[in-house]
Design a protein around this ligand. Structure first.
Ligand SMILES: [Zn+2]
Length: 296
């Protein structure tokens, strides 16, 4: 399911959505739906999980087919995964991680079912937002970064999830953005590429997680964009057109979508504008009437 999201999003951002078989994507989503829980699985016959549920909603939204989805059941599934401390489990087996907090609010927002306003009457479909925010904020570390749980090591992928969560729920002002942006800007290496943690190799997928977080925080200029762009382009395979984790390695759809999405945020011409919060074309987000907080 996530593979289909990576491929579809790449094509959409590259303005090639007309090349896909729309019905094949939508039929696949239907086959992965679990009617008893309301969630979606990675592929037919597997257990549902909140990650694949978000991917299914992102695919349907990009294909302008969100009204086809069983929204009430998906909301029921997301709600069923929230724990008393505000955190979310990924599935019924109970693993807890800040990634799943992002998946929960992003899924609800794309469905138009995230209620941020106390005056909103339709509160019976909402999650416990305040405890969800408290849990994510409790995962910010002394270095400004976020980990998977309270006191877990700062990691750029999880920072994207936590900053994205706070962007969706419009609470970015609750965190120390300067210290966080300092930690993120320290991820740039002499090659121009970005790593996900100190002492790690640069990797194109971290281009996305770091640059999207800095963009949401209004601090994209804290890294050298030209050198990052050059590093991403050097990771494109000249035979297949795909992107790999670093120059010379084999390309894959995962690094391709995050490389292309990062290039879009860096202003590469010929690409659709990408939402730094949702990693989807901004025009899809606008069409749905979904708003997220981006600091200037
Ligand atoms: Zn990677």
């Amino acid at each position: 399911m996530s593979g289909m999201y990576w491929v579809l999003t790449t094509l959409a951002v590259a303005k090639k959505l007309d090349t896909v078989q729309r019905d094949q994507f939508l039929d696949f989503i239907d086959e992965c739906w679990d009617s008893s829980s309301g969630g979606y699985s990675a592929c037919p016959g597997h257990d549902p999980h909140i990650l694949y549920t978000l991917s299914a909603v992102q695919i349907a939204a990009t294909l302008d087919a969100i009204e086809r989805l069983p929204s009430d059941d998906i909301v029921r599934y997301v709600r069923s995964l929230q724990n008393p401390d505000g955190s979310f489990a990924g599935d019924r087996w109970g693993e807890v991680d800040t990634r799943f907090s992002f998946c929960a609010v992003a899924t609800l927002a794309l469905l138009g079912r995230l209620h941020l306003d106390d005056n909103d009457n339709d509160t019976d479909n909402s999650i416990d937002l305040e405890s969800a925010v408290r849990f994510v904020l409790s995962c910010q570390n002394f270095d400004g970064g976020f980990g998977s749980r309270p006191n877990a090591e700062s990691h750029a992928g999880l920072i994207y999830c936590c900053v994205g969560f706070l962007s969706v729920v419009r609470r970015l002002a609750s965190i120390d953005g300067d210290t966080l942006a300092w930690w993120l800007s320290e991820r740039q290496l002499p090659s121009g590429g970005l790593n996900g943690r100190p002492e790690k190799l640069p990797d194109v997928c971290y281009s996305w997680w770091v640059i999207s977080s800095l963009t949401m925080l209004g601090r994209q200029r804290w890294i050298d964009s030209d050198r990052l762009k050059a590093y991403i382009l050097a990771s494109q395979d000249v035979e297949t057109g795909g992107f790999s984790d670093r120059p010379g390695d084999l390309p894959d759809p995962f690094h391709t979508v995050f490389g292309v999405a990062a290039l879009s945020l860096l202003g590469e011409p010929g690409l659709l504008q990408v939402s730094p919060t949702f990693c989807m074309p901004q025009q899809v987000i606008d069409r749905l009437g979904v708003t997220s907080q981006i600091l200037s």
